[in-house]
Write a protein that binds this ligand. Structure first.
Ligand SMILES: [Zn+2]
Length: 374
């Protein structure tokens, strides 16, 4: 979450500043060319019947609804609880906004719920959480999210870190599997969270802005290996539970780490939300071979965030820019500019693109509505 909000505003300022300089015409031409490239890419994107398996839209914005329809987009719209962040303190008002947006998009933006994990030592905790989740399943929730507060924030009364495989959560996982719903697990963070500040890292500015989430500044926090071992244990303990590891399952630097888990746990898939740059940083042939081999285990996703205070113009531009860039990277062998670097696109075959951008989401989230025209 949280990574994309300011970029568009900055881009707009740069364009406006460019116009104030002498080369007004040149800037306008470049802008037009970029806009027509973007339109062509978005046309290809919309033709694959795309599903974005990881967004956070907490604002029912009619213009965004129109864009979702125009792009022929479906999405999994995810609630998150994090008591360290004022925007994410409780399930409400997110849940209400997510349901409103689902209605205005006629089911295109599906509802993924969560539960408050912090009361895990209180009597009746799991029964209460299960009651709430079952209500949400009755409302059509397709998935349940767990978050990195497990392993990086929560401690029990004895002062030990609470991991995702804590026995307190086990009845909840069994309930999710019994309802044939999916668990979305954002556990741990990129490796860079545990490493000294490095301006070349895709996450450099994020940890600068969120020092409270930066493990390197908190040497007492558990290691990434410990957190992922708990996630793997959860997978092993719950073979009937489908688990989608958000953000490449936090194994972003080496596709071999993901492949090893795929081979071990048939109930595991990953989404690419906010981690496409990490594909770009690995050898192109290796990433391509990985996506061909595991073409039924990787879900296209972005992690785009729209808060109630977000500006519509910024939101629309960010959605268009992100989908156009990602489609270019996965579907063409053209150069893609990202974070000041140039990468060659993966040019995946159409059948694989269809799986990544469409089929896999429908298989891993069986509750997703099939639209009449798709
Ligand atoms: Zn997210």
């Amino acid at each position: 979450m949280f990574r994309f909000v300011l970029v568009t505003a900055l881009m707009t300022m740069v364009i406006v500043a460019g116009l104030k300089l002498s080369s007004v015409q040149l800037t306008a031409q470049a802008f037009q060319l970029e806009a027509s490239n973007e339109r062509a890419l978005l046309k290809g994107f919309s033709e694959v019947d795309p599903v974005d398996a990881h967004i956070h839209v907490y604002k029912n914005d009619p213009e965004l609804t129109a864009l979702v329809k125009q792009l022929n987009l479906r999405a999994v719209n995810i609630c998150v609880i994090d008591d360290r962040d004022p925007d994410y303190k409780g399930l409400e008002p997110q849940r209400t906004e997510v349901l409103k947006f689902r209605q205005s998009t006629q089911g295109r933006a599906a509802f993924a719920t969560t539960f408050d994990p912090y009361g895990f030592e209180q009597p009746g905790f799991s029964a209460r959480a299960i009651r709430q989740l079952n209500d949400d399943f009755a409302q059509g929730a397709v998935a349940v999210k767990i978050y990195k507060v497990m392993g990086m924030e929560m401690k029990n009364k004895a002062g030990n870190w609470v991991m995702a495989d804590d026995p307190a959560f086990e009845p909840i996982y069994r309930d999710i599997a019994a309802h044939n719903r999916t668990l979305i697990a954002h556990l741990a963070e990129p490796d860079s969270c545990w490493q000294a500040p490095n301006p070349a890292s895709p996450d450099f500015s994020y940890y600068k802005e969120h020092p409270g989430e930066y493990a390197y500044a908190h040497p007492d926090w558990p290691s990434k290996e410990t957190i992922l071992a708990a996630r793997d244990h959860l997978l092993q303990q719950n073979p009937k539970l489908r688990l989608v590891g958000a953000h490449l399952g936090s194994m972003e630097t080496n596709v071999d780490d993901i492949a090893r888990r795929f081979d071990r746990y048939p109930n595991f898939a990953v989404d690419v939300a906010a981690r496409v740059p990490y594909f770009m940083l690995q050898p192109r042939d290796k990433v391509r071979a990985f996506l061909l081999k595991y073409q039924d285990r990787v879900l296209y996703a972005t992690d785009l965030v729209v808060l109630p205070r977000s500006k519509t113009t910024d939101t629309l531009a960010e959605f268009r820019k992100t989908y156009a860039r990602d489609w270019k990277f996965f579907s063409t062998d053209q150069n893609v500019e990202y974070l000041g670097h140039t990468y060659r696109g993966l040019a995946l075959p159409p059948s694989v693109l269809r799986r990544l951008f469409h089929d896999n989401a429908l298989r891993w989230f069986p509750g997703l509505v099939t639209l009449p025209n798709s």
